[in-house]
Design a protein around this ligand. Structure first.
Ligand code: HDE
Length: 708
């Protein structure tokens, strides 16, 4: 079916829906009731003593409605307050019985339901999606043997090594307590004061200052379990494991400047993308990967496997892809599901176990504790989104908001009156048993020496970045540290950076008014790990890409339609934009519809621009700004015929545009053609550029983008 037909069918379906709704409106279906099921006859007026008299306390409908409203808000999460979620399923590729007895990792035909919540960390619940921050990537597997929550992030390491420091790092990063500024940003004194005094944060800081902290969409970022866990097989053999989520769609980020503009143009940018992708059937997909280490192979890893500020480089210990997760259903109700979901790293199933990572150990306490305040009592596991699909039988009873109506008279164990039920399960019956790790040691408050090198993996990260990624990090530091008021904090940070990489320290110092260091104080750790650069995780697909088509009266609509068909067939979306919403007249006289105007959109919301022309377009300031901005952000730009005139009127310099009868010209991701050329060849080149997505070479030409 071609796209035109598809669109016609969509229109028809939409019209039918509207018909149904208006019918339902005229023929009453459900009556409005109060919470006791009593039908309400007037939902517009309170009960009063006379039309102009005082309201009566007796009005049970009013009191019930307002009381409920008064208590609609629950405390937002103290961290990860801003989030969006989706349902889906997970399937393992082949049985992992050798490694783990976890049942959901045995049979490739089993689809395990999942619920995934993506989030930012520091911003309040209503903050913008695209801020520079770590992203939460929390997955619940509703397995036959109970819930397994992999509560991870999109960065594989963390700021601190010990859980006791968590309240401090979070206090430092959140808005300052004096005036509650800035919102959802670490660019302030308190954060950098804390970091400058916390060398163990340096590796994480490199990630947070990289483009990894600015994901283009939730479906194009990685996820990591961070801590080392254990896999235990049926025989009780334990191996160490790190979990990874690898997006099928590749890893892509936004530019910092784009994220800042998007935060105003569309604060729900990532949330909207997730929602719309699922509605359109462009389901986000991630492969679950594991790095597995035998107990006697610890020398393969340079650092302590219990240290959450270190990765296991993928080149040393490859990531084995063990299964795929597909997110294919949006939640029915944001509050009931996304807001009330209560993840907990302690939710694991038999066949998976913890290690002594001191950050993980602290988390195992925190997550249940926080729900008591956030969800109001100990029965939050009974909220539908938190209920396992595995049956629950135990002797826990009562408490606020208890839903389960336990039957029978026995609520203790051991018992004979209930025939001993519910019974404990043996390992062979699926019972969870902790790995019997040998323990010894003095009771101390100490960090092991093996946690002591805070700079080598920070250097590893820097060494692994492409030139463009390095440039972006330096600009990130200029912003973050440039906003710090205290010179001694900026200087201290430059000292740390000088231990990571001398050139980095100089480049950062030069942008923030700090004397650049003269002596290289790094330990010259020169390894790199190609897997760390996002440039090595691109795909050829254009699935999910968003293209803006700019048009004005007199545009060549036949070409626009062809382009839409071609791109939509491969999973991209196209929006036609002009200076006003409504109808325009095409070159051939037919009317065509404009869905978005410059007033409501912006180039930062798209991955590429195609200028379809129309005579007046080269005189429209908004259109000129649109392509200038797309050019600055290194995005593909295509233009044919009169569209080329808009590029000529813009500030895109040093590019040779194709003129009439000159075929297709392509330079730095700008693809142009005169009229009457081989349209297919134009489209092929535009599509290739759209897959490539960014032409960083443009930044190299733009002197303002290069650090001095
Ligand atoms: Fe969390 N974290 N965290 N965290 N975390 C919470 O639990 C905490 C840490 C992560 O979408 C809270 O239900 C401590 C690392 C995600 O609902 C809270 C420590 C990682 C989410 C909490 C950490 C995470 C949370 C707040 C240091 C990556 C959102 C609300 C020991 C591996 C889950 C809640 C969702 C949420 C505590 C560190 C990931 C307060 C004490 C490391 C993705 O319990």
């Amino acid at each position: 079916m071609d796209n035109k037909n598809k669109r016609d069918i969509e229109d028809k379906n939409a019209n039918e829906k509207i018909d149904q709704l208006s019918k339902a409106f005229n023929e009453p279906g459900e009556f409005l009731t109060n919470n006791q099921g009593v039908r309400v006859s007037d939902n517009q007026n309170t009960l009063k003593a006379g039309e102009r008299g005082p309201s009566l306390l007796e009005d049970q409908f009013f009191r019930e409605k307002i009381t409920h409203f008064d208590h609609e808000r629950i405390p937002e999460r103290v961290v990860h307050a801003r989030g969006s979620a989706a349902h889906g399923y997970f399937q393992v590729y082949e049985s992992l019985a050798d490694y783990t007895k976890a049942k959901f990792l045995q049979d490739p035909s089993v689809k395990t339901p999942v619920f995934v919540r993506f989030s930012t960390v520091l911003g309040f619940r209503g903050s913008a999606d695209t801020v520079r921050d770590v992203r939460g990537f929390a997955t619940r597997f509703y397995t036959e043997e109970g819930n397994f929550d992999l509560v991870g992030n999109n960065i594989p390491v963390f700021f601190i090594q010990d859980a006791i420091k968590f309240p401090d790092i979070i206090h430092a990063g959140k808005p300052q307590p004096l005036h509650e500024m800035p919102q959802a940003s670490t660019a302030h004194d308190n954060f950098w004061d804390f970091i400058s005094l916390t060398p163990e944060s340096m590796h994480m800081i490199m990630w947070v200052l990289s483009d990894r902290a600015l994901p283009r969409s939730y479906s194009t970022m990685e996820g990591f379990g961070i801590h080392t866990f254990r896999f235990i097989n049926e025989e009780g053999k334990s191996r160490f494991v790190k979990f990874h989520w690898k997006p099928i769609n590749g890893i892509y980020s936004l530019l910092f400047e784009e994220t800042q503009i998007i935060a105003g143009k569309d604060p729900d940018f990532n949330r909207r993308d997730l929602w719309e992708s699922i509605e359109m059937g462009n389901y986000p997909e991630f492969e679950l990967g594991v790095q597995v280490l035998e107990e006697d192979e610890l020398e393969k890893v340079e650092f302590d496997i219990l240290d959450p500020t270190k990765i296991w480089p993928e080149e040393d210990i490859p990531v084995r892809k063990i299964g795929k997760m597909t997110l294919n259903r949006n939640p029915d109700n944001f509050f009931a599901e996304t807001e009330q979901v209560a993840f907990h790293p302690g939710n694991i199933v038999s066949g998976i176990d913890f290690t002594n990572d001191p950050l993980l150990q602290g988390r195992l306490f925190s997550y249940i504790d926080t729900q008591l305040t956030r969800l109001g009592g100990p029965n939050f596991h009974e909220i539908p989104i938190n209920r396992p699909i595995a049956p629950v039988h135990n002797n826990q009873r009562d408490g606020f908001m208890r839903q389960t109506i336990n039957k029978g008279n026995v609520n203790y164990e051991p018992n004979s009156l209930g025939k001993g039920c519910p019974m404990q399960a043996l390992w062979s019956q699926g019972g969870f048993a902790s790995f019997p790790q040998k323990m010894s040691g003095e009771k101390v408050r100490k960090r092991p020496e093996s946690f002591g090198d805070h700079y080598s993996q920070a250097s590893l990260f820097w060494n692994s970045m492409s030139d463009a990624e390095k440039r972006h990090m330096i600009k990130g530091f200029h912003f973050e540290l440039g906003k710090v008021q205290y010179m001694h904090i900026r200087e201290k940070m430059v000292e740390h950076l000088n231990r990571i990489n001398h050139a980095l320290a100089i480049a950062v110092a030069e942008g923030i008014g700090v004397e650049p260091p003269t002596e290289d104080r790094s330990n010259r750790y020169n390894k790199s790990s190609p897997a760390l650069s996002m440039d090595n995780h691109k795909t050829d697909s254009i699935k999910g890409r968003k293209v803006a088509v700019l048009a004005a009266n007199g545009a060549d609509y036949a070409t626009i339609e062809k382009l839409i068909d071609l791109l939509e067939d491969e999973g991209a979306t196209v929006k036609v934009i002009a200076n006003r919403i409504g109808m325009l007249k095409a070159e051939d006289g037919q009317d065509f519809e404009i869905e978005q105007s410059y007033a409501i959109t912006s180039s930062v919301l798209f991955d590429a621009v195609f200028v379809a022309g129309g005579k007046e377009i080269a005189n429209q300031g908004d259109a000129i700004h649109f392509v200038n901005e797309a050019y600055r952000h290194c995005k593909p730009i295509g233009a044919i015929g009169e569209g080329v005139k808009l590029l000529q009127a813009s500030s895109i310099k040093a590019i040779k545009f194709a003129g009439q009868g000159e075929g297709v010209s392509s330079e730095l991701g700008i693809i142009t053609a005169g009229k009457g050329i081989d349209i297919q060849s134009f489209f092929d080149q535009f599509k290739e550029a759209l897959a490539k997505l960014r032409f960083w070479e443009r930044e190299e030409k733009d002197q303002s983008q290069i650090p001095a």
